[in-house]
Design a protein around this ligand. Sequence first.
Ligand code: 9MJ
Length: 682
Amino acid sequence: MSESFVARAAWLRAELERHNHAYYVLDQPTIPDAEYDRLFRELQALEAAHPELASLDSPTQRVGAPPLKAFPPHAHGVPMLSLNNASEPEEVAAFDQRVRDGLETIQAIDYAVEPKFDGLAISLTYEDGLFVRGATRGDGATGEEVTPNLRTLRCIPLRLQGSGWPARLEVRGEVLMFKADFAALNARQRERGEKEFANPRNAAAGSLRQLDSAITASRPLSFFAYGLGLGADAMPVKTHAEVLDCLAAWGFPVAAERRVVQGSRGLLGYFADIGEQRPRLPYDIDGVVYKVNRLDWQATLGFVSRAPRFAIAHKFPAEEATTEVLGIDVQVGRTGAITPVARLKPVFVGGVTVTNATLHNEDEARRKDVRVGDTVIVRRAGDVIPEVVAIVPEKRPTRDLFGGEPLHPPFELPKTCPECGSTVEKGLDEAVARCTGGLFCPAQRKQALLHFAARRAMDIEGLGDKLVDQLVDAGLVHTPADLYALQLEQLAGLERMGEKSAQNLLAAIDRSRQTTLARFIFALGIRNVGEATARDLARHFGDLPALRQATLDQLQAVPDVGPVVAASLASFFAEWHNCDVIDKLCQAGVVWVAETPVADTPQVFAGKTLVLTGTLPTLKRDQAKAMAEAAGAKVAGSVSKKTDYVVAGEEAGSKLDKALELGVPVIDEAAFLKLLEGQTEA
Ligand code: 9MJ
């Protein structure tokens, strides 16, 4: 065999693996996909023409091997541990105390802390830097060997980079699927009429445990390394943090969020911090892991049964739980959208007790085939509305004990609105069905009123859903304008409404008369017009008459307003009832400060950053912000060296202190207004 073939193959392998690492581990692609494909095909052709060139660390081995009949058992060189769990701060403090007792020290302990990936644990064996075997955790002592499948994960190095690795090495970590990859995979499965996965963890597990590794190769799996098995003793390092740095240097993905903190305060601070970041992380985590950083101390502490004394998993409240569907109702939203909602046997999930979960729309409800009596997986992540993820098919009750007919029929959307009896319609390419009753429908009217009164709209404190129900049901309020005509006696007669709360409500309604144009537009509840669009419209048109009379073209001249939003606005203002309500609101004394349309506003703050703090004498915070932005300013939430002005009112606190400390100019409202009017130069 010619030397040049050997050299070329070696060069191609090294080059392709370098690009794999850049793309899959560092997230910094180095060459275009087409160029990668060209190199890959060249290597494939070379190996096909010269079979003696084949080698286990070749990137061509990543596309899947012939299917297996079964997974062979694999005995781990060093057992794979499980971690003890904590869920309460007291348990974390107790863990820290046990660690200090065990080490006979009162000093604050350094802990290596990292996210707890919600995937499946695996062990990768390397011999002289070459990936030779990979296995699942199994029972901790013996797992299933899934080497061909793991080989398909481009972020797992087939040959270790750098140097200093022990000759026999087990790398421990977690295989998982990124949230975005999971969503794309499920969309693909749906298109092909194949089974969807309930969550990224199941998708990762299902994809890895395939006897045909070509299937695994087609699934977007990722991996993060977090420790060592065999070979740990041969490492010339003193801390877990250094182990993680070595793993990164050898080419493994390691959590970027890893840190070293001190004592139980440090642990709890990290827990809070990662909890806050959790919704934005690209992958699911189910907690954080704390490990005593010093390896000699880890050895001193040792193990209790199969879990280490030197580590603990601090878990977030579970985001998923299973429960039973007691019924399926539909809810009518502000714009008439009909949403099927599963009524559930109460279940504690995501930190709260959940009794209802959305099924989104008819198609989703049908696709998931949720029926009364089913056991379902419910998910509540962060502050997101709880949803039914999937049913547990094995638990579906049937008419007989032998898997016969289901007890309940598939969900069907009602043909008429359950609230007002109007026809329910669904456009051909629309997912959502709507009640056609408009403001005739009490459900829509109630939602419209709640939206009108919301904090970010007219901000009528105390006008919640129970009260709106009563006001509408008693016929006291039909439209938002009716709110401004309410009398004390009418309110005082309502359930759970004493004279004092009635007075408070009337005062809140009165206060809401003073508003901003942006809030007013948002409060009208025009379809497709959210808070940001309302602000853009207010700024662009300056006052309501200009907006009401705008043509479709004029509307579309507003940044971010496209044909759909323009059409919603035009049809809203073309409706006589809507205009009547607006006129009545104005007659009832609702007012705002007209804004100078943006096209005419001198851009006195162009390129400048402002921070508002404290209570200004005449301007509400929103107004001042809108005015500053209209004049080209960026309004920031915190003071830094880059801040150009701090506009301070009464009771300004830490932001004012910071401005003074950094020497940022501080101005009051009067000076701010002068700058805006161009009387002084910004
Ligand atoms: C996860 N799941 O992210 C460990 N883990 O350490 C991390 N799991 C672990 N460490 C020892 N980050 C046993 C398990």
